[in-house]
Design a binder for this molecule. Sequence first.
Ligand code: NAP
Length: 301
Amino acid sequence: MMFRRVAFIGIGLIGSSLARVIRRDGLAGHIAVAARSPDTLAAATRLDLADSVTTDPAEAVAGADLVMICTPLSAYPAIARAMAPGLAPDVIVSDVGSVKSCVFKDLGPHLPPGAHLVPGHPIAGTEHSGPEAGFAELFQNRWTILTPAEDADPAAVDKVAGLWKAAGSLIQMMDAAHHDQVLAITSHLPHLIAYTIVDTATDLATDLQQEVIKFSASGFRDFTRIAASDPVMWRDVFLQNREAVLEVLGRFTEDLTAMRRAIRRGEGDELFDVFTRTRAIRRGVIEMGQDDVPEKPEGEV
Ligand code: NAP
């Protein structure tokens, strides 16, 4: 057993997947879950992911040696204030949020002096939400990035890393600001492009829209999967990682303009060169085993 009591604040896709791992491997003596809605708490109980449930974060974290925050980023300040009175003096507080610099600002001031903040981000997910959508294999062979401060307690960092290793994750330590820059290009910009392309299609005349859907296998389909991701989560990502996203969006816009010019001028060589370079990146993704889309195994609850 790694932890006496783990408190999950939020138990959607990511929280419930990690709770399934903790249950499967018996890593905690007690799993306490806090969420907002009675339906979510009932689902956590029905799925056997919680030994106790509550809508009060302070009640969930009382006596916990690990608190794992698995809510949208915009909820962090209110959660931090609400759970503060219940936190044990030497608690480890971690999270799974998709942007990391903001975690120190939103959680840090509310933690007791001896608490250990070890922010994390599993680079794994699907377009589905809620406790029913989770599965224990979600993190298998996927990276989890941990972004503790330089002076963080190594024992606390090791414990959080150990939990993600038990989930099958590969661990990467990173500075929070660097994480946000890397994710702006690998995750946030692609989501923005997918949302925009799919939204462009929704503006088309009805008959053309039908054809976009009918012939979606020609490329559009893959964007629709990404653009079906949770709107609250992604709104928060763009609000919290504004600077890094704007920086990479500027570069992307320049590259897009260059492509537009090459097409307009009929510069086939230029297009061919870009499309050849990009194939090499795809080969790298495949070689690192990061190319498949994770899906919940059939029959798993
Ligand atoms: P999700 O399935 O929508 O679940 C969110 C959970 O947070 C629910 O249990 C919800 O409870 C709770 N919650 C929402 N607002 C709250 C609030 N104001 N106060 C307390 N609880 C609240 O979300 P998710 O996909 O697991 O994402 C959770 C976090 O993981 C996000 O920060 C996201 O950036 C990060 N992440 C997501 C992915 C992904 O692909 N989905 C991947 C990596 C990291 P109720 O149902 O009761 O509202």
